[in-house]
Design a protein around this ligand. Structure first.
Ligand code: MN
Length: 209
């Protein structure tokens, strides 16, 4: 069974003016589609075809580089689309807001550190907010790697991510990655980030028992 490009829960123009429609359309229908197609081609006829995407990602060191790059691209983009949304942004609430304050001192400090990680990621990659050992941690990854992969320097469960590949912003922001990062805060789907955070905390609590 081949992996399929997931449908977006919103229209390509729904994130305007923060992320423009043309960028969204090319990013999803061309870039993400290409990762999906190339991922399927890379696993065709191998045992990986019988595995879930989670099983492949968590054991990525056992697969060829084409699976790491394209499977990572398939997974990372599928995740990215869910943590951005129209009529979003603003501030997190509830348990997540408390956890952010506890880990970083304040939301503003978290915003500063996450934005800095996204800006500092050299060339192409992603900046992440993950749950690691029950705590929120910021890190970034090169290429299409992610913190769930067994090869990751810092491992954890992702709850938020920003794509800082040039294809994610270049049409609208050109070389101004910091402007794209600033706009990203206006489209963060905090409801989904909160849900992921609570899920992960409930899971680690259960495992600890
Ligand atoms: Mn991308």
């Amino acid at each position: 069974m081949a992996f399929e490009l997931p449908k977006l829960a919103y229209a390509y123009n729904a994130l305007e003016p923060n992320i423009d429609a043309r960028t969204m359309e090319i990013h999803h229908s061309k870039h993400h589609q290409a990762y999906t197609t190339n991922f399927n081609n890379a696993i065709a006829g191998t045992d990986a075809e019988k595995l879930s995407i989670d099983e492949i990602i968590k054991n990525i060191s056992k697969f060829p580089m084409a699976v790491r790059n394209n499977g990572g691209g398939y997974f990372n983009h599928s995740f990215f689309w869910t943590i951005i949304a129209p009529n979003a942004g603003g501030l997190p609430t509830g348990e997540l807001a408390l956890a952010i304050d506890s880990a970083f001192g304040s939301f503003d400090e978290f915003k500063k550190q996450f934005s800095a990680a996204a800006a500092a990621r050299f060339a192409s990659g992603w900046a992440w907010l993950i749950v690691k050992d029950g705590k929120l941690v910021i890190n970034s990854s090169p290429n299409q790697d992610n913190p769930l992969m067994d090869i990751a320097e810092v491992k954890g469960q992702p709850v938020l991510v920003i794509d800082v590949w040039e294809h994610a912003y270049y049409l609208n922001y050109q070389n101004r990655r910091p402007d794209y990062i600033a706009a990203f805060w206006n489209v963060i789907n905090w409801n989904e980030v909160s849900r992921l955070y609570k899920n992960e905390m409930a899971k680690s609590l259960k495992e600890a028992k």
